[in-house]
Design a protein around this ligand. Structure first.
Ligand code: CTP
Length: 421
Protein backbone atom coordinates (compact mmCIF):
# COMPACT_ATOMS: atom_id res chain seq x y z
CA UNK A 1 0.00 0.00 0.00
CA UNK A 2 3.02 2.29 0.53
CA UNK A 3 3.20 2.43 -3.27
CA UNK A 4 -0.38 3.66 -3.68
CA UNK A 5 -0.50 7.43 -3.11
CA UNK A 6 -2.74 8.24 -0.17
CA UNK A 7 -4.54 11.52 0.48
CA UNK A 8 -3.04 12.45 3.82
CA UNK A 9 -4.26 15.31 6.01
CA UNK A 10 -1.67 16.45 8.53
CA UNK A 11 -3.23 18.35 11.42
CA UNK A 12 -0.89 20.54 13.44
CA UNK A 13 -1.64 21.71 16.99
CA UNK A 14 -0.18 24.80 18.64
CA UNK A 15 2.86 23.45 20.49
CA UNK A 16 6.58 24.02 20.22
CA UNK A 17 6.88 20.65 18.44
CA UNK A 18 4.86 22.11 15.51
CA UNK A 19 8.16 22.58 13.66
CA UNK A 20 8.53 18.78 13.53
CA UNK A 21 5.31 18.65 11.48
CA UNK A 22 7.37 20.12 8.61
CA UNK A 23 9.48 16.94 8.59
CA UNK A 24 6.33 14.84 8.75
CA UNK A 25 4.98 16.63 5.65
CA UNK A 26 8.30 15.88 3.92
CA UNK A 27 8.13 12.23 5.01
CA UNK A 28 4.73 11.71 3.38
CA UNK A 29 5.58 13.78 0.31
CA UNK A 30 8.80 11.85 -0.28
CA UNK A 31 6.86 8.60 0.01
CA UNK A 32 4.68 9.88 -2.87
CA UNK A 33 1.52 10.77 -0.95
CA UNK A 34 -0.73 13.81 -1.48
CA UNK A 35 -0.59 16.02 1.59
CA UNK A 36 -2.88 18.77 2.89
CA UNK A 37 -1.86 20.52 6.09
CA UNK A 38 -4.49 21.88 8.46
CA UNK A 39 -2.92 23.81 11.33
CA UNK A 40 -4.90 25.20 14.24
CA UNK A 41 -4.84 28.99 14.68
CA UNK A 42 -2.31 28.66 17.48
CA UNK A 43 -0.04 26.35 15.43
CA UNK A 44 0.54 29.32 13.13
CA UNK A 45 2.27 31.08 16.04
CA UNK A 46 5.03 28.48 15.66
CA UNK A 47 5.18 27.77 11.91
CA UNK A 48 3.76 30.01 9.16
CA UNK A 49 1.15 28.84 6.64
CA UNK A 50 3.62 29.64 3.83
CA UNK A 51 6.01 26.95 5.11
CA UNK A 52 3.30 24.30 5.14
CA UNK A 53 2.07 25.43 1.69
CA UNK A 54 5.55 25.23 0.21
CA UNK A 55 6.27 21.82 1.72
CA UNK A 56 2.89 20.24 0.94
CA UNK A 57 2.34 21.93 -2.43
CA UNK A 58 -1.24 22.66 -1.38
CA UNK A 59 -3.04 25.72 0.03
CA UNK A 60 -3.35 25.90 3.79
CA UNK A 61 -6.27 27.21 5.83
CA UNK A 62 -7.31 26.94 9.43
CA UNK A 63 -10.81 28.27 9.31
CA UNK A 64 -14.12 26.76 8.25
CA UNK A 65 -14.95 30.09 6.57
CA UNK A 66 -11.98 29.93 4.17
CA UNK A 67 -12.89 28.85 0.61
CA UNK A 68 -16.53 28.27 1.54
CA UNK A 69 -17.41 27.72 -2.13
CA UNK A 70 -15.35 24.47 -2.02
CA UNK A 71 -17.15 23.30 1.14
CA UNK A 72 -13.73 22.89 2.67
CA UNK A 73 -14.96 22.19 6.18
CA UNK A 74 -16.08 18.75 5.05
CA UNK A 75 -14.24 18.10 1.78
CA UNK A 76 -10.71 17.49 3.09
CA UNK A 77 -11.86 15.21 5.91
CA UNK A 78 -14.25 13.25 3.70
CA UNK A 79 -11.68 12.69 0.98
CA UNK A 80 -8.75 11.79 3.24
CA UNK A 81 -7.35 8.24 3.38
CA UNK A 82 -5.42 9.06 6.55
CA UNK A 83 -5.38 11.91 9.05
CA UNK A 84 -2.29 12.37 11.20
CA UNK A 85 -2.29 15.03 13.92
CA UNK A 86 1.16 15.96 15.22
CA UNK A 87 1.65 17.53 17.63
CA UNK A 88 -1.70 17.23 19.42
CA UNK A 89 -1.81 19.55 22.43
CA UNK A 90 -3.86 18.85 25.57
CA UNK A 91 -6.38 21.42 24.35
CA UNK A 92 -6.68 19.79 20.91
CA UNK A 93 -7.13 16.32 22.47
CA UNK A 94 -9.90 17.77 24.62
CA UNK A 95 -11.63 19.36 21.62
CA UNK A 96 -11.36 16.13 19.61
CA UNK A 97 -12.68 14.05 22.52
CA UNK A 98 -15.74 16.27 22.99
CA UNK A 99 -16.51 16.36 19.27
CA UNK A 100 -15.99 20.10 18.87
CA UNK A 101 -15.97 21.47 15.30
CA UNK A 102 -14.81 25.01 15.95
CA UNK A 103 -11.99 25.08 13.41
CA UNK A 104 -11.13 23.37 10.13
CA UNK A 105 -9.04 20.61 11.76
CA UNK A 106 -11.65 19.47 14.28
CA UNK A 107 -14.50 19.72 11.77
CA UNK A 108 -12.44 17.67 9.28
CA UNK A 109 -11.94 14.98 11.94
CA UNK A 110 -15.67 14.86 12.62
CA UNK A 111 -16.51 14.01 9.01
CA UNK A 112 -13.59 11.65 8.44
CA UNK A 113 -14.22 7.94 8.08
CA UNK A 114 -10.53 7.14 7.48
CA UNK A 115 -8.07 6.23 10.28
CA UNK A 116 -7.08 9.17 12.47
CA UNK A 117 -3.66 8.92 14.16
CA UNK A 118 -2.89 11.42 16.90
CA UNK A 119 0.59 12.08 18.28
CA UNK A 120 0.30 14.05 21.54
CA UNK A 121 3.08 16.33 22.78
CA UNK A 122 2.95 18.32 26.00
CA UNK A 123 4.56 18.62 29.42
CA UNK A 124 4.49 15.47 31.52
CA UNK A 125 2.08 16.94 34.08
CA UNK A 126 -0.42 17.80 31.35
CA UNK A 127 -0.04 14.35 29.73
CA UNK A 128 -0.53 12.54 33.03
CA UNK A 129 -3.43 14.74 34.18
CA UNK A 130 -6.60 12.65 34.64
CA UNK A 131 -8.48 15.00 32.30
CA UNK A 132 -6.02 14.38 29.46
CA UNK A 133 -5.92 10.64 30.14
CA UNK A 134 -9.74 10.53 30.12
CA UNK A 135 -9.73 12.30 26.75
CA UNK A 136 -7.15 9.85 25.40
CA UNK A 137 -9.26 6.91 26.61
CA UNK A 138 -12.38 8.37 25.01
CA UNK A 139 -10.60 8.84 21.70
CA UNK A 140 -9.07 5.34 21.77
CA UNK A 141 -12.42 3.83 22.67
CA UNK A 142 -13.85 5.49 19.55
CA UNK A 143 -11.17 4.06 17.27
CA UNK A 144 -8.81 7.04 17.09
CA UNK A 145 -5.20 5.85 17.29
CA UNK A 146 -3.48 7.88 20.01
CA UNK A 147 0.26 7.22 19.94
CA UNK A 148 2.27 7.09 23.14
CA UNK A 149 4.49 10.17 23.50
CA UNK A 150 8.23 9.70 23.75
CA UNK A 151 10.27 10.22 26.90
CA UNK A 152 12.97 12.89 26.86
CA UNK A 153 13.82 16.56 26.98
CA UNK A 154 10.75 18.86 26.96
CA UNK A 155 10.56 22.57 26.10
CA UNK A 156 12.00 23.90 29.35
CA UNK A 157 14.64 22.27 31.49
CA UNK A 158 12.38 19.37 32.34
CA UNK A 159 12.59 15.81 31.08
CA UNK A 160 9.79 13.28 31.05
CA UNK A 161 7.05 11.67 29.06
CA UNK A 162 5.33 13.99 26.59
CA UNK A 163 7.85 14.55 23.83
CA UNK A 164 6.72 14.25 20.22
CA UNK A 165 8.25 11.09 18.70
CA UNK A 166 10.51 11.51 15.67
CA UNK A 167 8.52 12.45 12.55
CA UNK A 168 9.71 9.34 10.62
CA UNK A 169 8.52 7.30 13.51
CA UNK A 170 5.06 8.88 13.52
CA UNK A 171 4.95 8.50 9.72
CA UNK A 172 5.82 4.82 9.72
CA UNK A 173 3.35 4.00 12.53
CA UNK A 174 0.62 6.00 10.77
CA UNK A 175 1.24 4.19 7.47
CA UNK A 176 1.09 0.86 9.33
CA UNK A 177 -2.34 1.93 10.62
CA UNK A 178 -3.40 2.83 7.05
CA UNK A 179 -2.22 -0.59 5.79
CA UNK A 180 -3.22 -2.89 8.64
CA UNK A 181 -6.17 -1.13 10.29
CA UNK A 182 -6.89 1.17 13.20
CA UNK A 183 -7.03 -1.64 15.77
CA UNK A 184 -3.33 -2.61 15.58
CA UNK A 185 -2.41 -0.75 18.76
CA UNK A 186 -4.91 -1.90 21.41
CA UNK A 187 -3.70 -1.34 24.97
CA UNK A 188 -3.41 -5.12 25.30
CA UNK A 189 0.12 -5.15 26.78
CA UNK A 190 -0.56 -2.62 29.54
CA UNK A 191 1.20 -3.71 32.71
CA UNK A 192 3.44 -6.18 30.85
CA UNK A 193 7.21 -5.92 30.82
CA UNK A 194 8.80 -6.75 27.48
CA UNK A 195 12.53 -7.24 27.01
CA UNK A 196 13.82 -7.29 23.44
CA UNK A 197 17.38 -7.75 22.22
CA UNK A 198 18.14 -6.07 18.90
CA UNK A 199 21.06 -5.51 16.51
CA UNK A 200 24.30 -7.38 15.98
CA UNK A 201 26.91 -8.01 18.65
CA UNK A 202 30.43 -6.67 18.17
CA UNK A 203 33.34 -8.88 19.21
CA UNK A 204 36.61 -6.94 19.50
CA UNK A 205 39.92 -8.20 18.16
CA UNK A 206 41.93 -5.14 19.16
CA UNK A 207 41.00 -1.50 19.93
CA UNK A 208 40.11 -0.81 16.27
CA UNK A 209 39.01 -4.15 14.79
CA UNK A 210 36.06 -6.38 15.51
CA UNK A 211 33.98 -9.28 14.23
CA UNK A 212 30.30 -8.53 13.71
CA UNK A 213 27.36 -9.17 11.37
CA UNK A 214 24.97 -7.19 9.21
CA UNK A 215 21.94 -7.06 11.51
CA UNK A 216 20.37 -3.57 11.27
CA UNK A 217 18.23 -3.88 14.40
CA UNK A 218 15.16 -2.76 12.47
CA UNK A 219 13.00 -5.81 13.22
CA UNK A 220 13.81 -5.65 16.94
CA UNK A 221 12.99 -1.94 17.01
CA UNK A 222 9.73 -2.51 15.12
CA UNK A 223 8.78 -5.12 17.74
CA UNK A 224 9.61 -2.63 20.48
CA UNK A 225 7.56 0.04 18.72
CA UNK A 226 4.45 -2.09 18.50
CA UNK A 227 4.82 -3.30 22.10
CA UNK A 228 5.20 0.29 23.35
CA UNK A 229 2.15 1.40 21.37
CA UNK A 230 0.21 -1.54 22.86
CA UNK A 231 1.02 -0.16 26.30
CA UNK A 232 3.94 -2.38 27.39
CA UNK A 233 6.87 -1.30 29.51
CA UNK A 234 9.67 -1.97 26.98
CA UNK A 235 13.39 -2.54 27.53
CA UNK A 236 15.63 -2.86 24.47
CA UNK A 237 18.99 -4.50 24.97
CA UNK A 238 20.62 -2.84 22.00
CA UNK A 239 23.73 -4.19 20.34
CA UNK A 240 25.08 -2.44 17.23
CA UNK A 241 22.26 -1.15 15.00
CA UNK A 242 21.83 1.27 12.15
CA UNK A 243 20.94 4.85 13.08
CA UNK A 244 17.30 4.24 13.97
CA UNK A 245 14.79 6.48 15.70
CA UNK A 246 14.14 5.19 19.16
CA UNK A 247 10.78 3.63 19.97
CA UNK A 248 8.66 5.94 22.17
CA UNK A 249 8.94 5.22 25.84
CA UNK A 250 11.37 2.28 25.49
CA UNK A 251 14.34 2.03 27.85
CA UNK A 252 17.58 1.40 25.96
CA UNK A 253 20.37 -0.71 27.45
CA UNK A 254 23.36 -0.41 25.11
CA UNK A 255 25.66 -3.43 24.83
CA UNK A 256 28.51 -4.41 22.55
CA UNK A 257 29.56 -8.05 22.77
CA UNK A 258 27.59 -11.28 23.16
CA UNK A 259 28.82 -11.55 26.76
CA UNK A 260 27.54 -8.00 27.52
CA UNK A 261 24.24 -8.87 25.88
CA UNK A 262 24.04 -12.09 27.88
CA UNK A 263 24.56 -10.24 31.17
CA UNK A 264 22.06 -7.50 30.30
CA UNK A 265 19.41 -9.98 29.17
CA UNK A 266 19.89 -12.07 32.31
CA UNK A 267 19.39 -9.00 34.49
CA UNK A 268 16.41 -7.46 32.68
CA UNK A 269 14.64 -10.72 31.82
CA UNK A 270 14.15 -11.65 35.47
CA UNK A 271 10.77 -9.94 35.88
CA UNK A 272 9.81 -9.88 32.19
CA UNK A 273 6.49 -11.17 30.90
CA UNK A 274 7.77 -11.53 27.34
CA UNK A 275 11.35 -11.94 26.13
CA UNK A 276 12.25 -11.60 22.46
CA UNK A 277 15.72 -12.47 21.21
CA UNK A 278 15.81 -10.58 17.92
CA UNK A 279 19.54 -9.80 18.17
CA UNK A 280 22.06 -11.50 15.90
CA UNK A 281 24.42 -12.83 18.55
CA UNK A 282 27.92 -13.93 17.53
CA UNK A 283 28.38 -17.60 18.31
CA UNK A 284 32.15 -17.10 18.81
CA UNK A 285 34.46 -14.31 19.96
CA UNK A 286 38.21 -13.90 19.51
CA UNK A 287 39.97 -15.73 22.33
CA UNK A 288 42.60 -12.99 22.63
CA UNK A 289 41.76 -9.30 22.50
CA UNK A 290 44.93 -7.29 21.90
CA UNK A 291 45.33 -4.32 24.24
CA UNK A 292 46.85 -2.18 21.50
CA UNK A 293 46.35 -2.08 17.74
CA UNK A 294 47.84 -5.11 16.00
CA UNK A 295 50.40 -3.74 13.54
CA UNK A 296 51.03 -5.21 10.14
CA UNK A 297 54.40 -7.01 10.08
CA UNK A 298 54.81 -7.12 13.88
CA UNK A 299 52.87 -10.27 14.57
CA UNK A 300 51.42 -11.50 11.31
CA UNK A 301 50.06 -14.73 12.74
CA UNK A 302 47.76 -12.71 15.02
CA UNK A 303 46.22 -11.08 11.96
CA UNK A 304 46.05 -14.08 9.66
CA UNK A 305 44.66 -16.53 12.16
CA UNK A 306 42.03 -15.82 14.80
CA UNK A 307 41.39 -18.31 17.60
CA UNK A 308 37.79 -18.27 18.72
CA UNK A 309 35.99 -19.12 21.94
CA UNK A 310 32.32 -20.06 22.00
CA UNK A 311 29.88 -17.45 23.34
CA UNK A 312 27.01 -18.36 25.63
CA UNK A 313 23.74 -19.20 23.89
CA UNK A 314 21.61 -16.48 25.46
CA UNK A 315 18.26 -17.79 24.24
CA UNK A 316 18.89 -21.39 25.32
CA UNK A 317 20.20 -20.04 28.66
CA UNK A 318 16.98 -18.08 29.25
CA UNK A 319 14.89 -21.15 28.45
CA UNK A 320 16.96 -23.13 30.99
CA UNK A 321 16.49 -20.44 33.62
CA UNK A 322 12.74 -20.62 33.07
CA UNK A 323 12.90 -24.41 33.50
CA UNK A 324 14.68 -23.90 36.82
CA UNK A 325 11.95 -21.46 37.91
CA UNK A 326 14.30 -18.44 37.90
CA UNK A 327 12.11 -16.29 35.62
CA UNK A 328 8.62 -14.94 36.09
CA UNK A 329 5.95 -17.61 35.91
CA UNK A 330 4.27 -17.77 32.51
CA UNK A 331 7.00 -15.78 30.75
CA UNK A 332 6.88 -16.21 26.97
CA UNK A 333 10.20 -16.58 25.16
CA UNK A 334 10.51 -15.82 21.45
CA UNK A 335 13.54 -16.50 19.27
CA UNK A 336 14.59 -15.63 15.75
CA UNK A 337 16.29 -17.73 13.12
CA UNK A 338 18.06 -16.36 10.08
CA UNK A 339 18.43 -19.28 7.70
CA UNK A 340 19.82 -19.63 4.20
CA UNK A 341 19.04 -23.33 3.85
CA UNK A 342 21.57 -25.75 2.33
CA UNK A 343 21.76 -28.81 0.06
CA UNK A 344 19.87 -30.98 2.53
CA UNK A 345 17.41 -28.68 4.29
CA UNK A 346 15.19 -25.73 3.46
CA UNK A 347 15.27 -22.61 5.67
CA UNK A 348 11.91 -23.66 7.15
CA UNK A 349 13.24 -27.13 8.08
CA UNK A 350 16.19 -25.46 9.82
CA UNK A 351 13.74 -23.19 11.64
CA UNK A 352 11.61 -26.09 12.87
CA UNK A 353 14.75 -27.84 14.14
CA UNK A 354 15.98 -24.65 15.84
CA UNK A 355 12.66 -24.13 17.64
CA UNK A 356 12.91 -27.54 19.26
CA UNK A 357 16.67 -27.25 19.97
CA UNK A 358 16.31 -23.86 21.67
CA UNK A 359 13.13 -24.81 23.54
CA UNK A 360 11.46 -21.41 23.14
CA UNK A 361 7.73 -20.86 22.66
CA UNK A 362 7.88 -19.16 19.29
CA UNK A 363 10.40 -18.56 16.55
CA UNK A 364 10.36 -16.09 13.69
CA UNK A 365 12.23 -17.90 10.92
CA UNK A 366 13.59 -15.72 8.11
CA UNK A 367 14.96 -16.98 4.83
CA UNK A 368 18.03 -14.75 4.42
CA UNK A 369 20.73 -14.44 1.77
CA UNK A 370 20.49 -12.82 -1.70
CA UNK A 371 20.14 -9.42 -0.03
CA UNK A 372 16.91 -10.48 1.69
CA UNK A 373 15.87 -9.26 5.18
CA UNK A 374 19.17 -7.93 6.62
CA UNK A 375 19.15 -4.14 6.43
CA UNK A 376 15.95 -4.13 4.38
CA UNK A 377 12.63 -2.49 5.25
CA UNK A 378 10.78 -5.74 4.53
CA UNK A 379 10.83 -9.12 6.16
CA UNK A 380 9.30 -12.48 5.30
CA UNK A 381 9.38 -16.05 6.55
CA UNK A 382 7.37 -18.12 8.99
CA UNK A 383 6.17 -17.81 12.55
CA UNK A 384 6.57 -21.16 14.30
CA UNK A 385 4.68 -21.83 17.50
CA UNK A 386 5.82 -24.72 19.66
CA UNK A 387 3.20 -27.34 20.55
CA UNK A 388 3.06 -29.64 23.58
CA UNK A 389 4.20 -33.25 23.66
CA UNK A 390 6.52 -33.34 20.65
CA UNK A 391 3.78 -32.36 18.23
CA UNK A 392 5.01 -30.43 15.18
CA UNK A 393 4.86 -26.65 15.53
CA UNK A 394 2.07 -24.49 14.15
CA UNK A 395 3.43 -22.68 11.11
CA UNK A 396 2.08 -19.35 9.76
CA UNK A 397 3.60 -17.94 6.63
CA UNK A 398 4.60 -14.28 6.77
CA UNK A 399 4.51 -12.73 3.31
CA UNK A 400 7.04 -10.04 2.41
CA UNK A 401 5.89 -6.96 4.27
CA UNK A 402 7.23 -3.96 6.17
CA UNK A 403 9.03 -4.92 9.39
CA UNK A 404 6.45 -3.00 11.41
CA UNK A 405 3.67 -5.12 9.84
CA UNK A 406 5.66 -8.30 10.61
CA UNK A 407 6.03 -7.07 14.20
CA UNK A 408 2.26 -6.72 14.43
CA UNK A 409 1.82 -10.33 13.27
CA UNK A 410 4.42 -11.56 15.77
CA UNK A 411 2.72 -9.67 18.63
CA UNK A 412 -0.70 -11.02 17.62
CA UNK A 413 0.73 -14.56 17.90
CA UNK A 414 2.43 -13.79 21.23
CA UNK A 415 -0.80 -12.41 22.63
CA UNK A 416 -2.76 -15.45 21.44
CA UNK A 417 -0.27 -17.62 23.33
CA UNK A 418 -0.30 -15.37 26.39
CA UNK A 419 -4.04 -15.19 26.75
CA UNK A 420 -4.52 -18.89 25.93
CA UNK A 421 -2.66 -19.80 29.12
N1 CTP B 1 21.13 -16.67 19.93
C1 CTP B 1 21.53 -16.50 21.24
N2 CTP B 1 22.84 -16.69 21.58
C2 CTP B 1 23.74 -17.05 20.67
C3 CTP B 1 23.33 -17.23 19.31
C4 CTP B 1 22.02 -17.03 18.97
O1 CTP B 1 20.69 -16.17 22.07
N3 CTP B 1 24.99 -17.21 21.03
C5 CTP B 1 19.70 -16.49 19.60
C6 CTP B 1 19.40 -15.43 18.57
O2 CTP B 1 19.12 -14.17 19.17
C7 CTP B 1 18.15 -15.98 17.91
C8 CTP B 1 18.33 -17.49 18.01
O3 CTP B 1 19.26 -17.70 19.07
O4 CTP B 1 16.98 -15.66 18.62
C9 CTP B 1 18.86 -18.14 16.77
O5 CTP B 1 20.02 -17.50 16.33
P1 CTP B 1 20.81 -18.01 15.06
O6 CTP B 1 22.02 -17.19 14.90
O7 CTP B 1 19.85 -18.14 13.90
O8 CTP B 1 21.13 -19.52 15.47
P2 CTP B 1 22.35 -20.19 16.22
O9 CTP B 1 21.99 -20.34 17.66
O10 CTP B 1 23.59 -19.44 15.91
O11 CTP B 1 22.34 -21.64 15.56
P3 CTP B 1 22.97 -22.11 14.15
O12 CTP B 1 24.43 -21.80 14.23
O13 CTP B 1 22.67 -23.57 14.16
O14 CTP B 1 22.24 -21.39 13.06
Amino acid sequence: MDNVPLRVVIGVGGGIAAYKACHLVRYFKEAGHVVHVIPTHSALNFVGAATFEALSGNPVSTDVFDRVDEVQHVRLGQQADLIVIAPATADLLSRLATGRADDLLTSSCLVATCPVVVAPAMHTEMWEHPATQANVNTLRHRGTVVLEPAHGRLTGHDTGSGRLPDPEHIGSLALAVARCGRDIFPQSLKGKKVVISAGGTVEPLDPVRFLSNSSSGRQGFALADVAAQRGADVVIVKAHTEQLSLPSGARIIPVKSAVDLHNAMDEHAEDADIIIMAAAVADYRPTQVAASKMKKGMNDSALTRIDLTQNPDVLAGLVNRRRRGELKEGVIIVGFAAETGDAEHTPLEHGVDKLSRKGCDMLMCNAVGDGKVFGQDDNEGWILVSQPEDQPPLISEVNASAKIDVAIQIWDCVETLMFAE
